[in-house]
Design a protein around this ligand. Structure first.
Ligand code: LYS
Length: 440
């Protein structure tokens, strides 16, 4: 049979720009061979290409020169991520006291941080006020009075309001947040948004700087964002008429889609920037309003393609119609296939196989049939225990959603840059797990 063709540019398109393959199977990222990382840190391990993260921050700043770009920490946060994004001039979008505390203690300027959350705990609000976050995004009617009381008389806090524009967009039903029948935001359609805004305007210690919306995740077309601009400027127009209110900011959230496998479509950021700017300027001119400063909140599109997951194969077996290739991680470090049916494109690395490709299902080590990492993918037919698999586009919503299932411990994160690898987050050990277990 034919030996497998060398890796094509299309196949490498979902890898960091620094990815090279000097010999077949000898994949390196950030100048560091992936096998070296697996040897040094063990597997499963997550690799983060610092230059790729920084380049993606710069791409956003170039595409949206007048906008404020907030990195959505929920995609993945560690102290290094906070430092890189701060140095690249981004702000930060956080959803909890935990994300906020980690970022600020890593040196992230609190005034460049925005706090979100459909249900903020008292600790979230107290931490935000104590650390002095730039804005807090109000997401429910009761939050208005709670926040005003927490700020206290004479105090001062900038806020935005998360509104639901009534737009269905995004890669999966579970991650669509722009429609009326879900838990986030205040609906424009039924007037909850307008009602909450009127209550905010009654609180002297709260200063409303703008409207916020988030349509969903993995959005690959520009259109939903343009519809959102029109609906939000429509609401801004009515608020201007009713209250004489002029809002200086408009936050369109994130949800920018990326490719997980070669050939998949990603959102075109240049087109998004150009069309949103035009749409916003046109809508505001028509309404006689000044054009607000745009805020956007990409998370996945900054860190997703910069991350790679490395696993060792533990077993290969044929059951029924399937060849199952089981690895030493699984749904505890990547719940996304189980949650959203997401498809990945793992690759064999570390050796050059001349075997033909065969269809396999890459599964994890957890005690569930649904613990699948990559269903129905092609790997060399001689794939065997001890082999190394690399999964690209693993930087977003893997470790940030990792669980303690089966007490396997969460994997470490290593950064690569200029031919050097360094540990950012160490592996969770049984001592870590045992130290929280304080009763008997
Ligand atoms: N966690 C989801 C994912 O892995 C997306 C939700 C984004 C948060 N608003 O794709």
């Amino acid at each position: 049979h034919e030996p497998p063709a060398p890796t094509t540019a299309a196949e490498l398109s979902v890898w960091p720009a620094s990815a090279t393959e000097p010999r077949p199977g000898a994949l390196a990222v950030g100048g560091v061979p992936l096998t070296e990382i697996a040897d040094r840190f063990g597997t499963p391990v997550y690799v983060l290409d610092e230059a790729e993260v920084r380049d993606r921050c710069r791409t956003y700043r170039t595409a949206f020169p007048d906008a404020e770009v907030l990195y959505a920490a929920k995609a993945f946060l560690c102290r290094a991520m906070a430092r890189w994004t701060a140095e690249e001039g981004l702000g930060l979008d956080v959803c909890s006291a935990g994300e906020l505390e980690l970022a600020v203690t890593a040196g992230f300027p609190p005034e460049r941080i925005v706090l979100h959350g459909n249900a903020k705990s008292p600790r979230d609000l107290d931490t935000a006020l104590r650390l002095g976050v730039g804005r807090i995004v109000i997401d429910s009617p009761s939050e208005v009075a709670r926040l005003a009381a927490a700020v206290g008389p004479g105090g001062h806090q900038k806020v935005m309001v998360r509104v639901v524009p009534g737009i269905g967009a995004g890669g999966h039903e579970k991650i669509r947040t722009g429609t009326d029948d879900q838990k986030s935001g205040l609906s424009i359609t039924d007037g909850y948004a307008q009602h909450a805004i009127a209550r905010i305007l009654d609180q002297p210690q709260l200063r409303l700087t703008g409207l916020h919306c988030h349509l969903g995740s993995q959005i690959t077309g520009v259109r939903p964002y343009l519809v959102a601009v029109r609906r939000l400027v429509g609401l801004m127009t009515r608020l201007h008429e009713q209250h004489g209110l002029v809002l200086p900011e408009l936050d369109l959230g994130g949800g920018h889609g990326i490719a997980y496998r070669p050939g998949e479509q990603a959102l075109d950021l240049t087109a998004l920037a150009r069309k949103v700017r035009t749409e916003l300027a046109d809508a505001c001119t028509a309404a006689g309003l000044p054009v607000p400063r745009l805020i956007i909140e990409p998370g996945r599109a900054i860190v997703g393609p910069a991350g790679i997951a490395l696993y060792h194969v533990l077993s290969v077996k044929q059951t029924g119609d399937h060849v199952f290739v089981a690895v030493d991680g699984g749904m505890s470090d990547n719940p996304r296939p189980a949650l959203y049916g997401v498809r990945y494109a793992p690759r064999l690395i570390g050796r050059h196989s001349t075997a033909e490709g065969t269809r396999v299902t890459v599964v994890g080590r957890h005690c569930e049939a649904g613990d699948v990492l990559a269903a129905d993918v092609e790997l060399p037919a001689d794939v065997r225990p001890g082999d190394l698999l690399a999964v690209p586009v693993a930087g977003a919503y893997h470790l940030s959603m990792a669980s303690g299932y089966n007490l396997v411990g969460r994997p470490p994160v290593a950064a690569v840059r200029d031919g050097l690898a360094r540990l950012l987050v160490r592996r969770e050990s049984i001592e870590d797990i045992r130290s929280r277990d304080v009763g008997l």
